[in-house]
Design a protein around this ligand. Structure first.
Ligand code: HEM
Length: 477
């Protein structure tokens, strides 16, 4: 394993992700403060901030998962350092183009950039193509990275082994490590949704440059957008779980987790169902064939339940009545699983068609996805950052308790404001609320306050971790 080269690029990813995280949270707090009317920003600034916030958050937690998976994968197979660096450069260029199109060009159609909104130009005319070019640059960098990691796995493991199918028979001759199985399942899902994004971009550019002679089908574009957006947002969580399966037992001083038939089955199911769960975003599109809506509900249950079931079971078995070496890293993993499950229950409630008539596009939506991100997947990646920086950069655990409490208190308070708002039918994506939503402003102020507490935890963590990562970056190879 070429430790130092991979250590350095991983450190660079960690510092970059944490810097962008602080920026994106600040934009989130500005949005909540504006909704509470404690500050006032123009609607254009609000939606610009929302676009940058959404895309940045999805992007950074995706690359954080990828960087961690790439680092751990070096334990099993040889991966390309050059492709890792290429993905980093493409990510930086993509982010700069995104900032140019939004902060300077004032593009503000949301991170889902739902067709045909980006063509209804209410910003600088160059901002629309620049935004799409930023997506193209990010997409190419990430697609090449995923393909490269999959080809590394396939050089060592056969197709049957990499999906752990030999575990369906008794006494398999070879064992597929859970990390390899989950990384492969996630990468295949990500590649599929990035390919959908390529089709989406080609269709978009075709219409944009045809000057009106070619017009897209809006329903097809919505299906492609959500196939890409929903899937990538979910798959990045599974990258985090691949890391958890590898490191949780190791950090806790417990025996390494093994792949069993039910772990293999659950994750193979996840691969299939995660790709069809996105239909739940189209429940209110009544022209969508009804069969797809039913698939959407069934797949939403089936995509989350098997993976959550085996993971929760494995974590409980690992910690129940056992002496565990608790540290910040495995506590973050443990709490991340709790956040993932709670957010998942919120998601399944919303993905049930009869409930969706009430909850659709209310604050319940940001409530559940912020739960499995801010108190789920983000914690998985922070756990990896903590483990990695302590192992290779040294340092004490002095601030661990402070970080943990600030993240927990801040996160729970911030999310509670979203959930209460959702249950009270307050709509999402409003820059300011009409008087009819009596509790909306107070809840927004409450959310902003607790998000600031969460941000303080992130800042303390950032100072500690970035010091160690800088040390690793400056070490001689
Ligand atoms: C404490 C940290 C965070 C704060 C203060 C925050 C705040 C916000 C706010 C106020 C909104 C708009 C809600 C609305 O519809 O009215 C939003 C949307 C969003 N947030 Fe966050 N957020 C945080 C963390 C995260 C994280 C960790 C992610 C990770 C993926 C994330 C992803 C998103 C996305 C994708 C949207 C949707 C944007 C859109 O509708 O186009 N946020 N956030």
């Amino acid at each position: 394993m070429e430790t130092t080269r991979f250590n350095k690029i991983t450190s660079l990813w960690i510092i970059t992700v944490l810097v962008l995280f602080v920026v994106a949270i600040t934009l989130g707090i500005i949005m909540r403060l504006n909704q509470s009317e404690l500050i006032t920003v123009s609607p254009i600034t609000f939606y610009t901030d929302m676009t940058v916030h959404g895309l940045t958050m999805i992007g950074i937690w995706f690359v954080a998962g990828m960087a961690a998976v790439n680092f751990i994968m070096e334990r099993y197979v040889k991966t390309s350092h050059g492709v890792n660096v290429f993905a980093y450069v493409m990510t930086v260029v993509g982010v700069l183009l995104l900032w140019a199109s939004t902060f300077f060009g004032r593009f503000h159609a949301g991170w889902t950039f739902l067709y045909p909104l980006p063509f209804k130009v209410m910003w600088k005319s160059w901002a629309t193509p620049t935004f799409y070019f930023s997506l193209a640059v990010l997409g190419v960098g990430w697609l090449v990275w995923c393909l490269s990691l999959v080809s590394s796995l396939l050089k060592k493991y056969s197709l049957k082994e990499v999906f752990a199918w030999q575990h369906f028979s008794k006494n398999p001759k070879t064992e597929t490590p859970p990390f390899v199985l989950i990384a492969m399942i996630s990468l295949v899902g990500i590649i599929t949704c990035l390919l959908a994004a390529v089709i989406l971009l080609v269709l978009t550019f075709a219409e944009y440059y045809s000057k009106g002679s070619f017009v897209n089908d809006a329903l097809l574009m919505k299906n492609l957008t959500y196939f890409f957006g929903h899937t990538i947002a979910n798959e990045m969580l599974y990258l985090g779980l691949a890391i958890l399966y590898e490191l949780f037992s190791e950090i806790s001083g417990r025996p390494k987790w093994k792949t069993t038939w039910y772990v293999a089955l659950a994750w193979n199911f996840t691969l299939i169902f995660i790709l069809t769960a996105f239909f739940h975003h189209l429940y209110m599109d009544f022209v969508q064939p009804e069969g797809f809506q039913i698939i959407g509900q069934i797949a939403s249950y089936s995509a989350s339940l098997p993976a959550a079931g085996v993971t929760v079971f494995s974590v409980i078995v690992a910690v129940y009545r056992t002496k565990i070496n608790w540290s910040l890293a495995n506590l973050l993993f443990f709490l991340g699983v709790t956040g993932w499950v709670i957010g998942g229950i919120g998601a399944v409630i919303d993905a049930t068609i009869s409930n969706n008539f009430i909850l659709h596009n209310t604050l319940w939506v940001p409530a559940h996805f912020h739960t499995y991100n801010a108190l789920g997947n983000v914690l998985f990646s922070l756990a990896f950052f903590q483990w990695f920086s302590a192992k290779y950069g040294g340092g004490s655990q002095r601030w661990s308790k402070v970080v943990l409490w600030l993240l927990l208190i801040g996160g729970i308070g911030f999310l509670t404001a979203f959930y209460i708002g959702g249950a009270d039918s307050i709509p999402r994506r409003y820059s300011s609320y009409p008087e009819v939503f009596a509790t909306a402003k107070t809840l927004a102020a409450f959310g902003a306050l607790f998000a600031t507490v969460y941000l303080s935890g992130v800042l303390v963590f950032f100072v500690n971790i970035s010091k160690r990562c800088l040390k690793i970056l400056l070490q001689r190879s």
